[in-house]
Design a protein around this ligand. Sequence first.
Ligand SMILES: *Cc1c(COP(=O)(O)O)cnc(C)c1O
Length: 392
Amino acid sequence: MSDFSLPNASVETLLTHAGRDPDSQFGFVNTPVYRGSTVLFKTLDDIEAQAQKYLYGRAGNPTTDGVETVVTALEGAYRTKLVPSGLAAITVAMLACVKAGDDILISDSAYEPGRKFADGFLAQMGVSARYYDPRTGADLAALMLPNTRAVLAESPGSLTFEVQDIPAIAQVAHAHNARLIVDNSWASPLYHKPLQLGADIVVHAGTKMFVGHSDAFAGTISTTESAWADVERVRSLLGFFTSGDDAYLVSRGLKTLSLRMAAHQQRALDIARWLEAQSEVAEVLHPALPSHPDHVIWKRDFTGSGSLFGFVLKPAPRASVAAFVDHMQIFSMGYSWGGYESLCLPVVIKKNRTAVPWTKAGNLFRVHIGFEGIEDLKADLAAGLERYAKAR
Ligand SMILES: *Cc1c(COP(=O)(O)O)cnc(C)c1O
């Protein structure tokens, strides 16, 4: 893979030109799907030297390398590894930081399957997992134990949208010889660069914004130079590999990431502001709105906002929630977000919250704003709000 190196290239130019090398692909613009396990050696000297670029398909191929090159450039990382899912990115990152007898601190807003891994798997391996208030910054120091080796942040949380003070948390983690892992799926590296704010490892659910079309799974792990060896060791020992087919879909998605993010941002904000003015809406949880409690941190540390936000509707029984979501014409219910289609999900925060209970009165929803006509989306929501009120 040729390294695209235009000094000071913009993000848009990196997305369109980095990570591909037409000269090595007979002039074809895109790096094709490499499907391959066996890599051949020509001579005994070659197989003994183990010096050629590819030795075994599980370590990667030109298709996966291309994606890793682009994400590395976007995050300002030392290196990036593609893994089969966002969850795999989280679990490999955690395993790269802790061993038996260690402790990990996890934001109470973090992606629930990551919590399940910590509680159900790390615990069995002799690692304790504890949870902290996502709005804790420098005060995290009070929770650090002598054996705390990792802190996991997700900013903003993808259900509750607290923005975390990454620079303050990084400082605390480093002062206690622990690493900071940040799940950056919401903003994408276009609007938030945690490694530049002190994080050691950044993970993405590539499934969401990178793929962008709801048709593949992938995760990425990008690290500083000092965290790289541990991440790559754990990944290769576990045998995680992303197929060329899936890597190709990530690569294709990345080409339009900046255009899609800009459109998602503008449209999500438009809908968020519109929702704020509706009488059934108690609160809109969107970090780019001045009404959001963490707006100041978002403004300091982010250069844009994503497709996903939450809102709380005024208290009403389950029948109202059903009336709202069951008869939507455009919005659908589904967990994985980041595609072209809009989603609206009722969210119940219970077991996935242990450090700071969720106490907001009313019903919480999460929306992903896609690319349908904006007035159609508002009309769909308006009709839903009417049904919600009527069913009370
Ligand atoms: C979806 C998601 C993940 C997990 O990604 P998968 O590819 O579905 O495993 C991790 N973090 C966040 C914030 C997510 O939204």
